[in-house]
Design a protein around this ligand. Structure first.
Ligand SMILES: Cc1cc2nc3c(=O)[nH]c(=O)nc-3n(C[C@H](O)[C@H](O)[C@H](O)COP(=O)(O)OP(=O)(O)OC[C@H]3O[C@@H](n4cnc5c(N)ncnc54)[C@H](O)[C@@H]3O)c2cc1C
Length: 307
């Protein structure tokens, strides 16, 4: 059964991963699988959890630094799982790989609001839940009603309600090394589609003015150390905008964004992150912690940036 399904889905050996990340960095994975449906994703995860192969779930790759040395394992990319269904008037269900901007627009057309904050976040529903993605004062934690998850430890599909997810700033209780988000039910509110569209446009315009859209990046690099102290402000006031390492540079538009000027390596990016941390520590005595996740081989010095 599984054999049949695996043949249907896209499978690639020695798959270069840079193209699947917004930072456009990353070596090859031994194997890349791209399931087309929630059922296929569940079957793949069942099969991987029974084997000894290391695996990693990749969504939009928009909050991720992949090692230029690559990854000795199987990457399961969810972005082919784009299903979106309206279950009730105000309740929608989206497959793990549905893109947040697409979902926000879809909801707007249905006259459903609550996802406007996510219109400019280039991640997937699965990645959005794991990271508790948020912007403009809202986050996934406010709209997730329940999610369906494959638990690799018990090898079972479980349903978790919002209260069980312990959502916090850019995190939740799930461990992506164990829990694969298969789908999410989102509770939205009714509103006039034109009004929703206006708010989406407003948020998008703000991003275009303040973020290096168009140059490869992975969104905010560091978490805000405190709700009232933004990492971007601390970096800006420390003079981090002048920092550069090889082809990786701090954006002149936003000090908490790192941009790939073309052909940057994960080593260059990590060295730049260390410099950014040093600048802020020297000026404010505050240690910044990266928001990004990592995948693949990094040296112990590089890993120290994430400690
Ligand atoms: C231009 C730009 C702007 C951004 N703006 C924002 C913003 O305003 N607010 C914000 O919060 N973030 C922002 N981000 C960061 C990013 O888009 C979010 O963190 C997003 O939620 C990541 O989703 P993803 O699908 O890309 O996850 P990935 O980067 O692919 O993965 C991130 C983590 O989630 C895990 N994961 C992904 N899918 C699943 C799944 N189905 N099941 C289990 N684990 C999974 C991965 O294993 C990894 O650990 C921005 C990024 C960019 C490039």
């Amino acid at each position: 059964m599984l054999e049949r399904k695996e043949r249907l889905m896209e499978e690639q050996l020695q798959a270069p991963l840079a193209r699947y990340t917004t930072l456009k960095i990353g070596g090859s994975a031994n194997r890349l699988l791209q399931p087309n449906s929630v059922a296929e994703l569940r079957d793949v995860m069942q099969s991987l959890s029974e084997s000894s192969t290391p695996w990693f779930i990749l969504g939009g790759g928009s909050n991720l630094l992949i090692s230029s040395k690559g990854y000795e394992g199987t990457v399961v990319r969810t972005t082919q799982i784009k299903s979106v269904e309206r279950l009730e008037d105000n309740l929608i269900e989206a497959g793990a790989g549905s893109r947040l901007p697409h979902l926000a627009r879809h909801a707007a057309q249905w006259g459903l609001c609550g996802l406007e904050f996510a219109a400019g976040i280039p991640g997937t529903v699965g990645g959005g839940v794991i990271m508790n993605a948020g912007a403009h004062g809202s986050s996934m934690s406010e709209i997730v009603e329940e999610i369906s998850v494959f638990d690799a430890k018990t090898q079972r599909v479980i349903t978790l309600k919002r209260d069980e997810l312990d959502f916090q700033y850019r995190r939740c209780a799930l461990d992506p090394a164990v829990h694969t988000v298969l789908s999410a039910k989102l509770r939205l509110k009714s509103d006039n589609p034109d009004e929703i569209e206006k708010r989406i446009k407003h948020n998008e315009d703000y991003r275009l003015r303040t973020q290096p859209i168009g140059t490869p990046n992975a969104g905010s690099t560091f978490k805000n150390p405190e709700p009232t102290r933004s990492a971007g402000m601390l970096l800006d006031q420390s003079g981090a905008k002048e920092l550069k390492e090889g082809q990786a540079a701090v954006s002149g538009l936003h000090a908490n964004f790192v941009v790939n000027l073309g052909g940057a390596s994960s080593e260059e990016v990590t060295a730049l992150l260390a410099k950014m941390q040093d600048k802020v520590f020297q000026k404010f005595g505050v240690r910044l912690h990266p928001e990004w996740k990592t995948l693949g081989e990094f040296s112990s010095d590089e890993i120290a940036v994430w400690k």
